[in-house]
Design a protein around this ligand. Structure first.
Ligand SMILES: [Zn+2]
Length: 422
């Protein structure tokens, strides 16, 4: 039986540190009397050390447990997988993350009473959500171990929500552990003050061979398909899994990779831009429509829609406000889903021009997209390294523009024109 860290692909150093911390946390619980709060070493001291000076064990106090952590790494590197595995190890009755005990299984299954997971669905995590969370996290763990709060995409905290979280991290309840996930510790992603209170676990982009291995072992994917998917997903474990198992995801990727071939003129460039935007919208709609309808139905049932009689008109006024609030939340989630879908497409496209560039340079590296390698080779001959690099930069500029809130259609049209003209 693999333990809870088994799915954390290609992150040996991080796993070693998390195992050590889980063991230290178990020792804290054993040492602390029932009525005495366990003592955690604050992360602040460790954070003051120069960058890259990772704790190496021995008598280093930073090798122990602390109450606030940030998992950083590129998308798909396994930030939330790492946070969840660590949460399980903290709740594990053996303190190891055995994968078999009640604590491990319920945490991994998402049903542990003392593990709260915040997954922002919209563009940001609001202050009300955060305050409620902080309040609940302060209660005594029902399982007798730790209250664990996992915040996925902590870079999407609003400033007010960040402040609410900071306050909790600065004066932590004795048995509460915060696990934050963010792309990096850059101030744009996580505030300097929060970062200074947390220990950082940097994750790297896992190598394709490690990703392929986990697809075969965990998901039963055939080895050749796993290898192709791992390379095509560029180290993104979840994306590799989708490509290996979901024909729709494969079809969308093929459509994106057909773009370079289609750019034969100005009109074609605008057509390609429209197609890319619409595909992202369709993909996003498919992913959120079901959840939207279910949420609305649940809310309407809870509000007793269709009810008559005394007090019904007051209830309807309140219900209208709640429905409006729900619609707002759903709209925000749909926007996020569209941006994510578009970003996946742009990453695939960037991979294509990266392949053309490496071929033009005759660099001895494997292509990202083995199935369009011939096409990338033809591009390399036609454009030379400089032309391939300009096109790659156009794709990256489009991603950056969308990230900084340029309207996606405008950014994509500009990119397509740049890709066509070269
Ligand atoms: Zn366990």
């Amino acid at each position: 039986m693999p333990d809870v860290f088994a799915d954390l692909v290609g992150q040996d150093e991080a796993v070693t540190e998390l195992r050590r911390a889980a063991a230290a946390a178990a020792a804290v619980l054993r040492a602390g009397a029932v009525d005495r709060a366990p003592v955690l070493i604050p992360a602040g001291d460790a954070a003051d050390a120069p960058a890259g000076d990772a704790p190496t064990g021995g008598v280093d106090p930073a090798a122990g447990m602390t109450h606030a952590w940030i998992f950083t790494g590129p998308p798909g590197s396994g930030r939330s997988v790492a946070a969840r595995a660590f949460a399980a190890a903290l709740q594990c009755v053996h303190g190891t993350g055995c994968g078999e005990c009640q604590g491990c299984r319920t945490t991994m299954g998402g049903t542990h009473a003392d593990v709260r997971l915040v997954v922002p669905e919209g563009l940001s995590i609001g202050v009300n959500e955060m305050r409620a969370l902080v309040l609940r996290a302060a209660s005594t763990p029902s399982g007798g171990r730790w209250q664990v709060v996992i915040i996925e995409d902590a870079d999407r905290l609003t400033e007010a929500a960040g402040n609410a979280l900071l306050k909790a991290i600065e004066e932590p309840p004795p048995r509460t552990v915060f696990l934050l996930c963010a792309p990096s510790t850059h101030p744009d992603d996580i505030s300097v003050t929060i970062r200074s209170r947390c220990r950082v676990i940097p994750l790297r982009q896992p190598p394709a061979t490690a990703v392929a291995e986990v697809l075969v072992r965990r998901d039963g994917v055939a080895p050749d398909v796993a290898q192709w998917a791992a390379a095509a997903a560029q180290g993104h474990v979840g994306r590799a899994r989708r490509l290996a198992r979901d024909p729709e995801a494969r079809k969308r990727r093929e459509a994106v990779l057909a773009v370079p071939r289609r750019l034969t003129g100005v009109g074609a460039a605008f057509d390609a831009a429209s197609a890319l935007i619409e595909a992202a919208e369709a993909e996003a709609a498919a992913s959120v429509t079901e959840a939207d309808a279910a949420e609305r139905a649940a809310l309407e049932t809870a509000l007793g829609a269709g009810g008559t009689g005394r007090g019904a008109s007051g209830a309807i006024r309140g219900a209208a406000g709640q429905l409006k609030e729900l619609e707002k939340r759903q709209k925000s989630r749909a926007t996020r889903a569209q941006r994510d879908a578009l970003d996946r497409a742009l990453v695939d496209l960037a991979g294509f021009y990266r392949d053309a560039l490496t071929m033009a340079l005759r660099a001895p590296v494997a292509p990202v997209h083995t199935d369009t390698a011939a096409l990338a080779g033809a591009g390399a001959q036609k454009w030379d390294a400089e032309g391939a690099l300009r096109r790659l930069e156009a794709v990256l500029a489009c991603r950056a523009a969308i990230e900084s809130n340029v309207k996606p259609r405008i950014a994509v049209e500009a990119m397509m024109l740049a890709l066509w003209k070269g």
